[in-house]
Ligand binder design. Structure first.
Ligand code: GLN
Length: 484
């Protein structure tokens, strides 16, 4: 039986149909491998063994009965622990919710299970998805599969490392300011942030509601396209989910990208970008040009204001969204006689330092004396950043940039300086503020063997163009599973 780490969703399907292995065998292997290594890797916060084996059995029974298989039949998948899985814990890597059992399934989880996927566990992340290194998990950090002394990125570090470490071919993460793209880049896997509203967020624990997305990780662009096609679409349970029809993303992977105009924003290739990363991204652009794309230098002039805007808006929204964790209806309660003490201590004991920092900052920028100076200004800047992109997309089909200024850094290297950590999000948060689609696709390794991703950004609902570019690009590289 092939190792689960070598399989894609595509070849799991053919292996099942050929009788090479059963879904149950595959689920058992994925669970055993992930469990055996978890003390070392920190990837999973919990395993959903019974649920996985039941799902695998359903696939094996359908197969035996000659029934048609769903598009993700038998594929082991990991789900970030901010996404609800009914009857299982959803902790958000926070002490606040360490015993919280999901009362319902997220729409995306329903969709993947309806397609035959086998959820094997919930992945570690930064607490409430706030962070860029996974070190803000209240429980334990995740180690980068390419180098265990380094972070996997964040906040969806566990979901990226679950794929990069070969435990599952697919996983779900969430991206608010880069939390899918940056860990995908650090772990050498493909990660997609769909357009805002393309995928229902029903059942995603809210961090910053105007910026949150659910999206896929996989080892190949083809697999991310398959998973995105499964979870995208409108949802009566989420009024922000778009009703635009969902194209056949997999069917649209022609790898023909001739004549596409690629915007190369000059603001993304300047100060702060490590030369080794810059060179790999430039080589990636050159190979897209070799496929017939036309590079166009563009300017996104408000880029330098984006970090300040993002960290005001996301903290404001977080302070409001996290108000519900007061120990009464949700979250851990401190047992105190007086009501005020109960509220104060429940929150003080529940949240880690980064979450507290954001609640305090967010409450400050929303307070009456400061609202206009900070929150309102940040929203105005957000509109300017979005305007930069809409002007650019009048002339280009996609925009190519680095994902992060540097590859995976060492555990502990940036924890003492939150501002440095925030600054590392510079290339991903602009797309988040604009609500457009973005992905990270592996574009090589540094001399030290650390993966580097190339970011492809596309206009609202132009995922197909983005995925096709990513697919064509990965086929040129010849070091991944590519076509299957
Ligand atoms: N690193 C960013 C932050 O800390 C992004 C997090 C995310 O996308 N969830 O807010």
């Amino acid at each position: 039986m092939p190792s689960v780490g070598d399989l894609t969703a595509g070849n799991i399907r053919s292996g099942l149909l050929a009788g090479d292995f059963s879904a149950t065998e595959l689920a058992r292997e994925a669970l055993a491998k992930a469990r055996a290594e978890n003390d070392r890797t920190g990837v999973f916060l919990s395993f959903t063994e019974e649920r996985a084996l039941n799902a695998a059995l359903r696939v094996d029974r359908s197969l035996a009965a000659g029934e048609p298989l769903g598009p993700l039949a038998g594929v082991p998948i990991a789900v970030k622990d901010v996404i609800m899985t009914k009857g299982e814990r959803t902790t958000c890597a926070s002490r606040a919710l360490q015993d919280f059992v999901s009362p319902y399934d997220a729409t995306a989880v329903q969709a993947i299970e309806r397609s035959g996927a086998v959820v094997i566990g919930k992945t570690n992340c930064d607490e409430f998805a706030m962070g860029s290194s996974n070190e803000n998990s209240a429980f334990f950090p995740v180690r980068n599969p390419a180098d265990p002394t380094r972070v996997p990125g964040g906040s969806s570090g566990g979901s990226a490392a679950a794929v990069g470490g070969g435990y599952v071919p697919l996983s779900l993460g969430s991206d608010t300011g880069g939390s899918i793209r940056q860990p995908a880049s650090f772990c050498g896997v493909v990660g997609v942030m769909p357009t805002y509203g393309r995928v229902s967020r029903y059942g995603l624990v809210a961090f910053a509601s105007s910026l949150d997305h659910i999206g896929p990780f996989a080892r190949t662009v083809r697999d991310t396209a398959l998973l995105l096609g499964t979870i995208a679409g409108s949802d009566p349970m989420d009024s922000t989910a778009a009703t635009a029809p969902v194209p056949d993303y997999s069917g649209g992977l022609t790898a023909d990208v001739r004549g596409l105009r690629l915007g190369i924003p000059r603001e993304y290739f300047g100060e702060g970008l490590e030369p080794e990363v810059g060179n790999l991204v430039q080589a990636g652009i050159d190979s897209l040009v070799g496929l017939g794309c036309e590079p166009v230098t563009i300017s996104l002039p408000h880029t330098r204001y984006a970090i300040a805007s993002y960290y005001l808006i996301c903290t404001a929204e977080a302070s409001s969204n996290l108000a519900r964790y007061d120990g009464v209806r949700y979250s851990r309660r401190a047992d105190r006689a007086a009501l005020r003490d109960m509220y104060r201590d429940s929150r003080a004991e529940s949240f880690g330092p980064e979450v507290k920092r954001r609640i305090i900052l967010g409450t400050y920028v929303l307070s009456s004396g400061y609202y206009d100076a900070y929150y309102k200004k940040a929203q105005e800047v957000r509109a300017l950043v979005a305007g930069d992109f809409s002007r650019a997309f009048e002339d280009v089909d996609a925009i190519i940039t680095p994902v992060s200024p540097f590859p995976a850094f060492r555990l502990g290297e940036k924890t003492s300086d939150p501002l440095q950590m925030y600054l590392s999000d510079i290339y991903t948060i602009t797309g988040s503020l604009a609500g457009i689609a973005g992905m990270s696709v592996p574009c090589g390794q540094t001399a030290a063997g650390l993966p580097v991703g190339l970011q492809i950004l596309a206009n609202h609902f132009h995922e197909q163009t983005m995925l096709n570019l990513g697919h064509a690009f990965e086929l040129t590289r010849g070091d991944g599973p590519g076509q299957t």
